[in-house]
Design a protein around this ligand. Structure first.
Ligand code: IFM
Length: 443
């Protein structure tokens, strides 16, 4: 098989996050996801992360599955509430990752805010940013002797939009445009965490933002303006402050753009993490038109933009359009928009297909996932050819896990997890990824 080729030093990895895999909820206090999932109607089939895939107890086996593929890096996240009550778990995890010859790349915050901080206002409260910086300091002083690379925040945009502007993720506030301070306080938290991590001796610090091309449904100026605002609120509001020290439009700037904060937020980074899944098409809302089911969450009436289906022949089983060229496009757009763009890491990319368990021969033939990953790696290679410096690529996800409001139906893993027994089985995509990585090492 011919695999896409990458420059020497390119880093392959896999990614997960704490709430989606760890389980062992009894050993810690509640996060907003514990509270949210306990509310009827929030998650498909009423599922939750109390057991998740029981990674807390099975981490050694999971690290073996990750390392045996030959990856260079493993991206995981800390559960903030577990760090408060049982931090030794992360000593064990980091040690196991290192012993397996893999570089740990932890994320400080992947959406599971302690409930007591939410009760004090959550990300709408500026003080939460300072609490995150304290937490970053605690972690770097505990693990900084073994962890070199740190990611501060994951997808602040999705957390703000789904959790604070809408009601689809925890904490489910539904504030609409009044959620803007939640974005600003997460960005400030990032900036303060960068300071804390660097003060603690961190070797390399970055962030993971979701990015995607946004196109207007037509040339109609109303659609163009709606798409521009949507792109500002979902993409540029989270990268402009980091990489340019300003917000992308006057409304946002006037609302939340304190210049002293922007200085903290825009401190230089060692790498910039890009999570990519699919592009979005936007139009100005048409009265009476039904927009439900276009995205995995519905944008309520009254907001000045509506997503319409992206034209694509192929979709994942989650319904997401498969558009690998969107990854090349967003990478070149970032490069053009930010002359000082740090080296990029693709910190997430992957696809959910509803893989059945192993057949009689023990195999899970997930050829659609292999095709997806291969096409997206080709898209990364095309961006490199166009001059974008991309230093690595992490598959979302190492293992099937709890896909937030969609529960366990959506399977993004290279390793299958049986819902009843929690048994792990490597899918064909796992073997494909292992062989691809081995082929790079040989070339
Ligand atoms: O599962 C999520 C992850 O937690 C954040 N990025 C997108 C993934 C797929 O939806």
């Amino acid at each position: 098989m011919l695999y896409p080729q990458f420059p020497p030093g390119f880093r392959f990895g896999m990614a997960t996050s704490a709430y989606q895999i760890e389980g062992a909820a009894d050993g810690k206090s509640s996060s907003i996801w514990d509270t949210f999932t306990a509310r009827p109607g929030t998650v498909r089939h009423g599922e939750d992360g109390r057991v998740a895939i029981d990674h807390y107890h099975r981490y050694a086996e999971d690290v073996e599955h990750i390392a045996a593929a030959g990856v260079h890096d493993y991206r995981f996240s800390f559960s903030w509430t577990r760090v408060q009550s049982d931090p030794a778990f992360y000593d064990r995890l980091v040690d196991a990752i290192l012993e397996a010859g893999v570089r740990p790349v932890p994320t400080l915050y992947h959406w599971d805010l302690p409930q007591d901080l939410e009760d004090a206002g959550g990300w709408m409260n500026r003080d939460t940013a300072y609490r995150l910086a304290d937490y970053a300091g605690t972690l770097v002083s505990r693990l900084g002797d073994r962890v070199r690379d740190w990611i501060t925040m994951n997808e602040m945009s999705v957390h703000t939009l789904y959790g604070y502007a809408l009601t689809d993720h925890a904490p489910g506030r539904g504030l609409g445009l009044a959620a803007l301070p939640a974005a600003h306080h997460q960005l400030l938290a990032h900036g303060l965490a960068v300071q804390a991590l660097r003060a603690g001796g961190a070797g390399s610090v970055g962030v993971a933002n979701q990015h995607f091309p946004v196109s207007p449904a037509s040339d109609d100026p109303a659609d163009v303006a709606a798409a521009g605002l949507f792109a500002d609120l979902t993409n540029w509001m989270f990268s402009d402050p980091l990489l340019r020290g300003e917000y992308p439009n006057e409304m946002i700037q006037a609302e939340i753009g304190d210049p002293r904060d922007l200085e903290v937020i825009s401190a230089p980074l060692d790498f910039y993490g890009v999570n990519y899944y699919e592009p979005t098409m936007i139009e100005a809302p048409r009265a009476g038109k039904d927009y439900s089911g276009v995205l995995e969450v519905d944008i309520p009436e009254g907001l000045p933009f509506s997503p319409v289906p992206v034209k694509s022949d192929e979709r994942t089983d989650f319904g997401w359009a498969i558009v690998p060229s969107g990854l090349t496009e967003i990478l070149t757009t970032l490069r053009d928009r930010y002359p000082n763009l740090p080296p990029v890491l693709i910190t997430e990319n992957g696809a959910s297909f509803h893989d059945a368990g192993p057949g009689p021969d023990g195999r899970i033939r997930d050829h659609q996932r292999i095709a997806f990953l291969e096409a997206h790696l080709q898209a990364v290679a095309a961006a490199q050819e166009a001059g974008v410096r991309v230093d690595g690529y992490y598959v979302w996800s190492a293992l099937d896990n709890f896909e937030w409001a969609a529960g366990f139906d959506e399977r993004f893993g290279l390793v299958h997890v049986d819902r009843e027994t929690l048994a792990r089985t490597r899918k064909d995509s796992w073997y494909w990824y292992r062989d691809l990585i081995a082929a790079q090492r040989r070339s």
